[in-house]
Design a protein around this ligand. Structure first.
Ligand SMILES: *Cc1c(COP(=O)(O)O)cnc(C)c1O
Length: 415
């Protein structure tokens, strides 16, 4: 094994980082090392410019005329294409709308309607909980539909996929461990059994190259407020492969998905293409902030992004293990960079308190029950020096036991 890099080596890596200049595109508070872009991305300067224009010019001055003049009505599809470029979707296959949870609901129903003779939904017991909650909600509306969970009904998801399965719902990167799933292989496995697959890209869109069309995926959903930096509660996205478009039925048949919304006809008639996944009026100000955030990606090479992401997460693991193992901190999730998203998790029995002590010192990560400290590394605005400094602070907190102060044990609503 090579020696742990020293401070000079870290500075050299930052100096040679081809994405270093991207940090200037974001507003980040002084004295903060932000390792939570996997929960809420940092604010891009271009998002403020878009928000300001949309509010002051288009809303205040343009008023209702801006639906046509400022392109508000087409915005959901336009931004869908911008997201689509980052996830391997062709133009017209992705639309930005609603929340990831709502989009899971629509995609699951759409998938079940594509396989009317089948009745099983397969999901992961360890997936982000909303995915399972939404699957339960879908099953409750469809007599006979049941759910099989990886980790509950069988250890491996592959063992749950057979000819009874209509749809497989899977997280591309696990939110807790950071483990990356092989999209092409699992999609093939689902298709061999005749099932449809839905990918939840919340922790991979903007975190690594994704190739939905290349993997022959059916549906995908994801949020835009994590690695895509769209802002708190920014609208989510939904993707459907073009081959399904004219067969798709979804349950939230609102007027925005209608073939002729401004004909005000009686009776729902689905619009064509991905637009039929829309339901009602979309939040234009949030969409405009997202537009600004997505503009940043025009200048990003996803291969360089992935290389830096693996380098940052490898370095973090190496430094934490070298300096903090003796304090009972253990790696959760893959050690091999290629099998990892852009986050690293460490377990400790006092993970909550240690994370609060870190945040108090300006190192912002987050806690996931029961014992996981989660650190996200967004290559656009995190550097090698940040990794070094964060580990030095973590080491100090563990060595001095400063996390034992009572105030760090008070539980907040959002962790
Ligand atoms: C963050 C996240 C969600 C969030 O869903 P919302 O409806 O946007 O709150 C869903 N799925 C996964 C895998 C996530 O990581």
């Amino acid at each position: 094994m090579s020696a742990v890099p020293d401070h000079a080596a870290i500075e050299a890596r930052d100096a040679a980082d081809p994405l270093r200049h991207m940090r200037d595109r974001f507003v980040l508070p002084q004295g903060v090392i932000y390792l939570d872009g996997n929960s809420l991305g940092a604010a891009p300067k271009s998002a403020f410019a878009e928000l300001d224009k949309a509010a002051r010019e288009e809303w205040a001055d343009g008023l209702i005329r801006s639906w046509n003049r400022a392109g508000w009505f087409e915005l959901a599809e336009q931004l869908g294409d911008s997201v689509g470029r980052l996830i391997g979707a062709a133009a017209g296959e992705t639309v930005v709308c609603d929340t990831t949870s709502v989009n899971i609901y629509k995609a699951l129903h759409a998938a079940l309607w594509l396989r009317p003779e089948r009745s099983v939904i397969v999901a992961e017991g360890g997936s982000f909980p909303t995915d399972i909650y939404m699957a339960e909600g879908v099953a409750a509306t469809r007599p006979g539909v049941t759910i099989r969970l990886e980790g509950v009904d069988a250890p491996a998801i592959e063992d749950l996929i057979d000819e009874q399965v209509a749809v497989v719902l899977v997280n591309h990167v696990n939110y807790k461990s950071g483990e990356l799933c092989d999209m092409a292989a699992l999609t093939r496995k689902a298709h061999e059994a005749g099932a449809v697959i839905i990918w939840d890209l919340c922790h991979s869109a903007g975190a690594l190259p994704v190739d939905l069309d290349g993997a022959n995926a059916d549906f995908a959903v994801g949020c835009t407020y994590k690695y895509l930096n769209g802002g708190p509660g920014a609208p989510a996205f939904i993707y459907a492969a073009k081959r399904h478009h004219e067969h798709i039925r979804q349950p939230l048949t609102g007027w925005w998905g209608h073939a002729k919304p401004f004909a005000f006809e009686q009776g729902y008639q689905a619009g064509s293409g991905i637009r039929r996944f829309l339901c009602g009026t979309q939040p234009i100000l949030s969409l405009r902030a997202l537009k600004g955030a997505l503009d940043v990606w025009d200048d990003v090479d996803m291969t360089l992004l992935r290389q830096k992401s693996i380098a940052l997460t490898d370095l973090f693991i190496e430094l934490v293990e070298a300096r903090c193992s003796e304090y009972g901190v253990t790696l959760v999730g893959p050690r091999e960079g290629a099998r990892r998203g852009s986050q690293v998790s460490f377990a400790h029995q006092n993970a909550y308190e240690i994370m609060q002590a870190l945040i108090d010192r300006g190192v912002i990560g987050d806690f996931r029950a029961p014992n996981v400290m989660r650190f996200g590394f967004t290559p656009l605005y995190v550097g090698y020096r940040d990794v070094w400094d964060a580990v030095a602070i973590l080491h100090d907190i563990l060595k001095t036991g400063s996390w034992k102060q009572e105030r760090f044990a008070v539980r907040a609503a959002v962790t």
